[in-house]
Structure formats: C-alpha cells, structure tokens
Design a binder for this molecule. Structure first.
Ligand code: HEM
Length: 279
C-alpha cells in the first residue's frame, strides 16, 4: 500500500527546519565521504585564505623598494643558511600551496552545476531567494571558475622556474601579462578568498544562532551583517593594495623592457643586503 498524499505531504519543512536539519537524525545514513570532502575543502580554503594575507605582504614589499622585496625572496630561498639561494625551498613552498589548491579544487568540483539546465536553475534560485549569502555563494562559484584558469599558470611558472624569483624578472613578467589580465586575476582572487573566509565562519557556526527565530531573518542587523560588510571592505582594501603592487611591478617591467634588459636580475647593493652586509 502506498502512503496517501495527505500523510506524505502533511508537513512542508520551513527554511528554519531545513537549515537546522530537522528530521535528519531519522534519515537513512549517507556515506561519510561527502562530510570528509567538506572538511578538507574548508581546511585547505582556510590555509589559502590566510595565505592570501601573507602573499599580499610578500608581493607588496616591492612598493617599499626592490631591496626589501629581494631580501624577502632571499629569506624564503634560505640564503641565511649558507649564503646561497636554494631553488628547492621555493619549490617546496609553492608546491605546498599548489597541493592545497588542487585538494581544494577537487573537493569543490562536486558543487559545480553539471549541465546548462542546472546552471539555469541555480541562477533562477539565486534571483528568487534574493539573500545576500546566497548571492555571495554565486560569486564564489563564478570566481572559482575563473580562478581555475588563472591560478595554474601562475603557480606552474613559479614551480618550474624557481630562479624567476627576482624583482626585475617578476616586473617583466607582470608587464608581459598586462594590467587587465592581472587585475581580473586580482579581483577574482580577493573576492573568492575573502568571501570564502566569511562563509567558513558562517558554516562552522561562529555565530550563536537562535533556532526559535526564523533563519531567513539572520540577514537583519546582526553580528553576521557586520562581518559580511567587514569582509567586503577587507576584500576592497586587498584589491586596492594589490593594484598598487601590480602597478609597481608593471612599471619595473616597463623600465626593464625600455632599457632592453628583460633578463637582467636585480643586484642588492651591499649596504642593503641582509645576508652580505658591507664590510
Ligand atoms: C607560494 C605560492 C605563491 C607565490 C610564491 C606567489 C608569488 C607572487 C608574485 C611574486 C607575484 C607578483 C607578480 C607576478 O609574478 O605575477 C604574484 C602576484 C599575484 N598572485 Fe601570487 N603567488 C603564489 C600563490 C598565489 C595564489 C594561490 C593565488 C590565488 C589564489 C595568487 C594570486 C596572485 C595574484 C592575483 C597576483 C597579482 C596581483 C598583484 O600583482 O598584486 N598567488 N604572486
């Protein structure tokens, strides 16, 4: 005997029921694999999100002069060990970040729409729900798609040519990539990274939610709204900071190209060199 519709559809779960997973404890157990993938995506996302701030500090140092940037590159290359730059140290670090990107990407792939119809449904859903967090999720999806094409050339270039870490060579690289490409890369990266950190805070329950209040109301003036605005301001500041760095690198590259010295490495003057101070 089939269950009559009057019983089957007697209870339509509300948005709050859905978010709080009411009735889930009675549901048939699914594989733990999806939960594990979710944790892996969150952990690698957190590492990459925090890394973006370090990345900004590292690349932004060029705005204070080539000497500072070159000294930081020498530090990450282990010149402090024995006076020589060790390519393997750059490869190790870039390789670790690369691994995080790959794990993050594979875990996230299952969330991508797999047909035009699904994409269309998703688009309609975002328009219908008209909720800030859903819209931010959509921005995540679009920027993730763009980053898929943008991150790999960036990382592969450094992985296969660790000797390319040099203020002049990096400048020439930015010059040849062009301002538009670099700016699109920058905007996608910062939006994806900062929205990602915000979503992690929401997902892992940084906020004390009140199950008695309607979940959709959480867009009202709460801590979460403050964090959302704060995150967008940080993303904007990162884009402004990154654009200044981009311009500095571009100008260095343009100078080198104008001098016909595209392959010329920068030599830190002895008095400014942290690891070979003037005698
Ligand atoms: C260990 C890994 C990484 C290192 C050593 C590194 C290093 C650099 C360097 C030296 C630049 C200067 C210009 C250039 O060469 O294009 C740069 C630019 C940039 N990187 Fe990375 N990067 C790393 C990983 C990443 C990742 C994972 C992302 C994004 C998810 C990223 C996003 C960007 C963006 C958007 C720019 C251009 C913005 C600007 O010049 O301010 N980087 N990176």
């Amino acid at each position: 005997m089939t269950t009559p519709d009057s019983i089957k559809y007697a209870h339509t779960p509300s948005a709050t029921d859905n978010v709080w997973g009411v009735g889930l404890k009675d549901a048939k157990r699914q594989s733990k694999c999806t939960a594990r993938l979710d944790v892996a995506q969150s952990v690698t996302g957190l590492i990459l999100g925090i890394f973006l701030f370090c990345h900004m500090g590292f690349t932004g140092s060029v705005n204070f002069g080539k000497d500072l940037f070159a000294n930081l590159i020498a530090t990450s290359g282990g010149v402090w060990l024995d006076g020589a730059d060790h390519a393997w140290m750059h490869v190790l670090f870039v390789g670790f970040i690369f691994l995080c990107v790959i794990i993050h990407m594979f875990c996230a792939l299952r969330r991508f729409p797999t047909s035009y119809k699904k994409l269309h449904d998703l688009h309609s859903h975002v328009k219908l729900v008209h909720h800030e967090d859903t819209t931010l999720w959509y921005v995540q999806l679009i920027t993730a798609f763009a980053l898929f094409f943008l991150v790999f050339p960036h990382l592969m270039t450094m992985l296969t040519n660790p000797h390319g870490f040099d203020p002049n060579l990096i400048g020439v690289h930015t010059y040849h990539n062009g301002l538009l490409y670099t700016f699109i890369f920058l905007v996608c990266t910062e939006l994806h990274g900062m929205i990602g950190l915000y979503r992690l805070a929401v997902k892992w329950d940084i906020f004390a939610k009140n199950p008695d209040s309607k979940i959709m109301d959480q867009r009202a003036a709460t801590d979460r709204t403050g964090l959302r605005k704060g995150m967008l301001v940080v993303a904007l500041l990162m884009i402004v900071g990154g654009s200044i760095t981009m311009w500095t690198n571009y100008s260095i590259g343009a100078d080198q190209v104008a001098k016909n010295a595209e392959a010329e490495r920068y030599v830190v003057p002895a008095e400014a060199n942290w690891y070979a101070p003037a005698k």
